[in-house]
Design a protein around this ligand. Structure first.
Ligand code: NIG
Ligand code: FE
Length: 413
């Protein structure tokens, strides 16, 4: 037994599973396995062994030993929806919103996504990388180990490719596992007709993104004032033709038909869902699409929260992601997202933690390697500060309860 890292005396090892039936849905979403008074061993970047302290082999060898008395060890969060590559924050719009403007009014007056696009187009690739890298380090510190990053603030072929290259580089130069998504259809550029822009997406952007292998997925902002359900279908079908699997921004501001088009095109996930009704819930029940709530965006914009309780009680799975972006969710803190899921969506702490680890891993096709403490999976964990129970994490919202991060079997801080 020669291990690289041995964590001893864990008060609880959270999300320990060998047999997993995924995604976690309905009643199963409420069950979170915890191993008390445990050890966890890591070797070659993977989980190598765990058990109760009583079962720790006597003849073990470990290069580094960590005492986790009174602390919990969680699998790192998987954040399946972010826009963390952007050039500048937009707190001036935050103030406009405080004074009464709506997200749509700000967007219509050239703010919003177009504001971010203008700033990103004026920023060099190197500078964009440096600014985004800071956010990547910030989310690592807050417990995220794998993340999806979208384009969508470029809105020209050149700038969309620039964003995706930066996103991929974050995956190479940090310990984060990164999945990238092409979101050219995020907004229509200022001086362009929508139909012309859609043609550019179909004929120029998608082939270029796929040609340079810059994205795993394709996304569309399916929303009134942005892209219709029919346009969404055309765009993602073209993406599929080039090997990009769909995931959809659906039903954030209106009942846009986004859920229906997500199901029809066999999207991996439909994200947002602030405005869904029984019809969408019933359709989701018959599909394999992962419904994803982004509670940070609903909170920040003062929108209704997705009816998570109703969805789970109906037997659906649900994933929780941050939507980290400068306009509608300027936080990538997944502990806070679990707190919002509990407080505003009446999810239990167990449901919220499952939704932010294993179900988001499913949404990113990372369930074989991430999202739980399972032998052979990538050794991504965070160790908490001393705390009384697992529920304390979402309960103590806003507190920084993360003491140490280990990613790919290496201690980060
Ligand atoms: O997911 N809804 C569309 N896109 C982002 C917001 C983008 C922005 O305002 O910059 C979101 O909320
Ligand atoms: Fe988003």
């Amino acid at each position: 037994m020669a291990w690289d890292i041995l964590i001893l005396n864990c008060k609880g090892l959270v999300q320990v599973r060998e047999e997993i039936s995924l995604p976690l849905k309905g009643a199963a979403l409420g069950k979170l396995p915890i191993f008390n008074n445990a050890y966890l061993a890591i070797a070659d970047g993977k989980f190598a062994a765990y058990g109760t302290m009583d079962d720790l082999p006597e003849n073990y060898q470990a290069t580094t030993t960590i005492d986790a008395s009174n602390r919990f060890v969680f699998p790192s969060f998987v954040d399946s929806h972010t826009h963390l590559v952007f050039a500048a924050s937009r707190e001036e719009e935050f103030v406009m919103k405080i004074k009464g403007a709506t997200y749509e009014q700000i967007a219509a007056s050239g703010g919003g996504i177009l504001n971010s696009a203008k700033k990103l187009q004026q920023t060099s690739e190197e500078e964009l990388f440096e600014r985004s890298l800071k956010r990547a380090h910030e989310i690592i510190k807050s417990g995220t180990g794998a993340v999806e990053i979208k384009s969508g603030y470029g809105l020209t072929t050149k700038d969309e490719l620039k964003m995706l290259r930066v996103a991929k580089r974050i995956g190479k130069e940090t310990a984060l596992t990164v999945r990238t998504t092409f979101l050219g259809a995020h907004a229509v550029p200022k001086d362009m007709e929508k139909e012309d822009y859609i043609e550019q997406i179909l004929q120029e952007m998608i082939p270029a993104v796929a040609g340079e292998k810059l994205a795993d997925y394709i996304d569309v902002f399916c929303e009134q004032g942005f892209f219709t359900a029919d346009e969404t279908e055309r765009i993602v079908e073209r993406g599929k033709h080039f090997g990009l699997k769909p995931r959809i921004h659906a039903n954030q501001l209106h009942r846009s038909g986004g859920v229906q088009v997500g199901i029809k095109t066999k999207a991996l996930s439909v994200d947002h869902l602030e405005n869904i009704g029984d019809e969408e819930i019933e359709l989701l029940m018959e599909s394999t699409v992962m419904p994803t709530a982004l509670p940070g965006a609903a909170f920040f914009l003062g929108l209704p929260f997705p009816p998570a309780r109703k969805m789970i009680d109906a037997g659906l799975p649900i994933a929780i992601a941050s939507d980290y972006n400068p306009g509608s969710a300027p936080s990538g803190n997944m502990s806070l997202m679990t707190a919002l899921a509990c407080i505003k969506m009446k999810m239990t702490p167990e449901e919220a933690i499952n939704a932010a680890t294993l179900n988001t891993a499913c949404a990113l096709e990372l369930e074989q390697t991430h999202g739980s403490i399972t032998l052979g999976k990538v050794a991504n964990v965070f160790i908490t500060k001393p705390m009384p129970s697992v529920a304390f994490l979402p309960y103590a919202f806003g507190s920084d309860l993360i003491d140490m991060v280990i990613l790919n079997g290496s201690i980060i801080n």
